[in-house]
Design a protein around this ligand. Structure first.
Ligand SMILES: [Zn+2]
Length: 390
């Protein structure tokens, strides 16, 4: 973990020229993704969008920024959460405990985790172990990875659960006396991730969905319930984040956005480019997964996601760097299966295996073809690791 102090502590950037009621406040986190950017909307009700992690340096930075704007933390009347992760939900409950009589709003699909947050629940260690076992990771590696993650969560969780007073859905509005944001549901990174859109100025607050310095991991986990009776492989239903993430990005294309205010990585003045870059990031990885699958299948039978992982990331540590990369490989396979590019079966040991679908293998999505030139120009989207954010 990185040092929790940061040269950016307490930094408050100037208000947006087009939307002077909105202030970006930069708070430290102890994580690789760097500081988190939250937003104060000076309006009635006084509203904070996301809250930062719960740790002294973050609290001090938030207090300093509020001081500079002439407010006390106890004056916050509403908190709107883009999603439940620790650097967004983190301080909501401690603001309440400090005396703010505030409402917390989140999407209905993230509300349970906001109200019942625990590091154990967020890590979902047993669920992840079951998922990775089904996709071919060995019991020994899963055991080592599980032990490591249990050790991590024994540290301070940096986030408290809090009550959600309003459960949001797509199309709801976050209103002020002279301003309103529309709620856009953008699942993928989490099931209940939202974006907030201010139409007059074309401003889009994106949380971790679109960032200036990373692309989020997309979640993937078994949901409660029996195996799907329509699935010939009798697989358990899963939250499949990557197909949803790509769908929600594509829905943004062509939107008349003028600025993106993300949770990490500054302010993005070229929204269309940011959307295409995030799409391209994953499209490149999906294609690479397909090429690797084709190569491995030529040498033998169908292969597991874990075999693909090993081929795709030969230099990655199979314990500490397994999780987000496995989520990426499983996500890519989900996309390829939904596109009919690959066929899926079960091995004798129950492990899910994949092969190229008969008559397929020429997959190239339109966005990749269109974006290839901008990719080579910008050099921003490489073939390296997986972008992550908490
Ligand atoms: Zn997040």
């Amino acid at each position: 973990m990185a040092d929790s102090s940061s040269p950016l502590e307490g930094l408050r950037r100037p208000a947006l020229p087009r939307l002077p009621q909105v202030h970006q406040i930069v708070l430290p986190t102890p994580w690789e993704v760097g500081p988190v950017q939250i937003y104060l909307v000076e309006g009635s009700p006084l509203t904070l969008i996301d809250t930062g992690v719960r740790m002294p340096a973050s609290r001090a930075a938030l207090e300093a920024a509020f001081d500079a704007l002439g407010y006390g933390l106890d004056e916050i009347e509403r908190v709107v959460l883009t999603h439940y992760h620790g650097d967004h939900l983190g301080q909501a409950q401690s603001l309440r405990e400090a005396g703010a009589r505030l409402e917390v709003w989140s999407h209905e699909d993230d509300a349970f985790l906001c109200e019942n947050f625990s590091a154990e629940r967020d890590e979902n260690i047993e669920g992840t172990a079951a998922l990775f076992r089904d996709f071919g990771v060995s019991a020994e590696l899963i055991e080592r990875q599980t032990a490591m993650r249990k050790q991590w969560i024994a540290e301070d969780p940096l986030c408290d659960a809090t009550r959600v007073d309003r459960r949001l859905r797509a199309g709801d509005r976050v209103e002020f006396k002279d301003l309103a944001f529309e709620v856009i549901h953008a699942p993928g990174h989490t099931a209940g991730h939202i974006l907030l859109y201010e139409e007059e100025t074309g401003t889009l607050i994106t949380g971790d969905h679109l960032m200036g310095n990373a692309v989020p991991f997309t979640d993937n986990y078994y949901v409660e319930g029996a195996p799907d009776p329509r699935d010939p492989l009798a697989r358990r239903p899963r939250f499949q984040g990557l197909p949803l993430y790509l769908e929600s990005l594509r829905a943004l294309r062509g939107g008349s956005f003028r600025a993106i205010l993300p949770a990490h990585g500054g302010i993005l003045e070229r929204p269309a480019r940011a959307i295409d870059d995030a799409l391209l990031f994953y499209e490149v990885r999906i294609q690479r997964t397909l090429r690797t699958l084709r190569k491995l299948c030529r040498d033998g039978g169908p292969v597991s996601a874990w075999q693909l992982w090993q081929q795709l990331f030969p230099k990655a540590d199979p314990v500490t760097q397994m999780r987000t990369r496995m989520l990426m490989v499983i996500g890519a396979l989900d996309v390829l299966e939904s596109e009919g590019e690959i066929a899926t079966e079960r091995g004798d040991d129950g492990v899910v295996l994949h092969r190229i679908a008969r008559g397929r293998g020429q997959f190239e999505s339109s966005v990749t073809a269109r974006s290839r030139r901008s990719c080579s120009e910008s050099g921003k989207v490489g073939m390296g690791g997986v972008g992550v954010a908490r």
